[in-house]
Unconditional design. Structure first.
Length: 444
C-alpha cells in the first residue's frame, strides 16, 4: 500500500513532538535530511506539523463528537492522522475532501490496522468544512473557554493573557499567537546595506519590506525561505525576529569596547553586536553547551566577524573576573511564551509554575552580569516572554538591591519603551515576538 510520503513524514514528526517533546523545527530538520521530499512537499509537511501543534485543542474539540470512543483511547498515530484531517479541512483550501479522506485512511491503515482505517474513513467523511460550521463555547458567557478552544491555549495561559491585557486584549493576543510568523531577517551591515538588499529582493520578485527604519530588519511575505537565498549564502543576512534584533540594538556597542554575550547561541545577537561595533570590539560569546557553541562558530564563518570569540562556559560561573566588560547582554533562559507563533509546542509544555521557577536563575544571571560589568558600564536584560515573574518582577528585584540604575536607550527605539529603561514588543504588532528588555547602568 502506497501512502502519501509528505503526510506520512508529517505523522512521524508529530509523533516525536507529542511523545518525546522534541521541538518542531529540530524534528522537521531531521526528517527532511532522511527523506527525499521536494521543496514543495517539505513546505506542506512543515505546514501540517505546525498547524496540528498550533490547533491541537481545536482539532480535538471537532473530533470528539464524531468518534465513538474517547480520543485518548485511540493510538496516538491515528489521532494525529485525524487531527491532520481537521487542520486540512479548515486551513488548507487547496486540499479537496476526497484527497483528505483517501490519504487519511491510507495513513490510518499503515499506522494502525484495517479497523482503524474504517474509523478514520467514518470520521474524516463527516468533518465540517470550515470553522463557521462548528459550535464553540459562547463568547459572551464563557469567554475563557471560547478562547481556550478557538485558539488552542491551555486554560492557565488564557487566564494570564486576560490578566495582562484585559478580555478584549486577550483575544487579540491569542489571535496573534495563533497565526504563523512570517520570516524576518537581519541584514549583516558588515557586508551589505539594508535598503540595497531590499531593492535586490524586490527586483528578484520577493515580496519584502523593511519592518522599521530603526532596525536593519526585513519581513518576507511570500513564503520565501531566507536560508535558500543567495543573500543568506553570501552572509548578508541572518534569520532573526525583530524583537531579538532590538536586544542587540539596545546594547549599542562601540568600537574598542569589551563586550560579553552571556547566553550567545546560536549567535544572532552576538553577530549583530559585531556588526554594530563594525567588527572593532572584542565580543565574547559564552554558551553552556559545546554543540551550541558550534552553531555560533558556523554562523560566524558565514557572516564574518573576526572579533567574535565563542567560549563554552556557564553564565553563572563564567571564566572572567568581575569588572571585565564595558557592556553585557543577558539573553536569559526563559519560558519562551513570547514565541508561540514560531514555537507553538511551547504552550503544551510550560506549566503555570515555570515562570516563577525560572525567575531565580534569571535574577542570578543578571546579578552576575552586573558583577562582570565595569563601573559605569551597561547591562541589557532580555527575555522572550511577557510573564511578569520573568520581566518586571526580576528587574524590580535587581534595582532594589542597588548598585545600578535604569537607563533609556537611543531615541529611535522609544516606540517600544514602556518605562524608564524598559522596552516591550508584542505579536499584536505583526512581525514581532513578545520580548521584554531593560537597560541597566552600573554605578558601583
Amino acid at each position: 500500500m502506497a501512502v502519501d510520503p509528505v503526510r506520512d513524514a508529517a505523522v512521524s514528526v508529530l509523533l516525536r513532538v507529542f511523545q518525546t517533546e522534541a521541538h518542531n523545527d529540530v524534528s522537521i530538520d531531521r526528517t527532511l535530511r532522511r527523506t527525499n521530499l521536494s521543496p514543495r512537499g517539505a513546505r506542506f509537511m512543515t505546514h501540517l506539523v505546525y498547524g496540528v501543534v498550533r490547533h491541537r485543542l481545536l482539532c480535538d474539540h471537532v473530533l470528539q463528537p464524531l468518534c465513538d470512543q474517547p480520543l485518548d483511547q485511540l493510538p496516538l498515530s491515528v489521532l494525529i492522522v485525524l487531527r491532520m484531517g481537521v487542520f486540512q479541512s479548515f486551513f488548507c483550501s487547496n486540499v479537496t475532501r476526497p484527497a483528505l479522506v483517501h490519504t487519511g485512511v491510507d495513513l490510518a491503515k499503515k499506522r494502525g490496522h484495517s479497523g482503524l482505517a474504517k474509523v478514520a474513513n467514518a470520521v474524516l467523511r463527516r468533518l465540517p468544512s470550515s470553522l463557521d460550521e462548528i459550535t464553540l463555547p459562547d463568547r459572551t458567557t464563557q469567554l475563557m473557554e471560547h478562547l481556550r478552544i478557538r485558539y488552542s491555549m491551555p486554560r492557565w495561559l488564557v487566564r494570564l493573557w486576560c490578566e495582562l491585557y484585559g478580555e478584549d486584549g486577550a483575544e487579540a493576543y491569542c489571535a496573534a499567537c495563533d497565526s504563523a510568523a512570517l520570516p524576518s531577517v537581519r541584514i549583516n551591515t558588515l557586508l551589505a546595506q539594508t535598503d540595497d538588499v531590499l531593492q535586490q529582493m524586490q527586483k528578484a520578485g520577493i515580496a519584502a519590506e523593511r519592518i522599521t527604519e530603526a532596525l536593519d530588519a526585513l519581513l518576507l511575505h511570500d513564503g520565501t525561505n531566507p536560508q535558500a537565498t543567495r543573500w543568506f549564502r553570501q552572509g548578508q543576512l541572518m534569520q532573526q525576529d525583530p524583537a531579538s534584533i532590538l536586544a542587540g540594538a539596545l546594547v549599542d556597542p562601540k568600537p574598542g569596547e569589551k563586550i560579553l554575550d552571556m547566553c550567545a547561541a546560536p549567535g544572532g545577537k552576538t553577530l549583530h553586536l559585531c556588526a554594530l561595533s563594525r567588527d572593532a570590539a572584542p565580543i565574547f560569546a559564552l554558551e553552556r553547551y559545546a554543540g551550541r557553541v558550534a552553531r555560533i562558530v558556523e554562523n560566524r564563518e558565514r557572516l564574518g566577524g573576526t572579533q567574535v570569540l565563542p567560549l563554552c562556559g556557564d553564565g553563572l560561573q563564567p571564566p572572567f573576573q568581575d569588572g571585565t566588560f564595558d557592556r553585557v547582554l543577558v539573553d536569559a533562559p526563559c519560558s519562551g511564551l513570547g514565541t508561540l507563533r514560531r514555537h507553538p509546542e511551547i504552550k503544551w509544555r510550560i506549566q503555570p509554575e515555570t515562570p516563577s521557577l525560572l525567575a531565580a536563575t534569571q535574577k542570578a544571571m543578571l546579578r552576575k552580569a552586573l558583577q562582570l560589568c565595569k563601573n559605569g558600564g551597561l547591562v541589557v536584560y532580555s527575555v522572550c516572554t511577557p510573564t511578569p515573574q520573568e520581566t518586571t518582577e526580576v528587574t524590580a528585584a535587581i534595582l532594589a538591591e542597588g548598585g545600578c540604575m535604569p537607563e533609556d536607550g537611543p531615541e529611535q527605539f522609544d516606540s517600544w519603551k514602556t518605562a524608564l529603561g524598559q522596552y516591550q514588543t508584542s505579536p499584536k504588532n505583526g512581525a514581532w515576538d513578545a520580548f521584554y528588555l531593560m537597560r541597566f547602568r552600573k554605578q558601583s
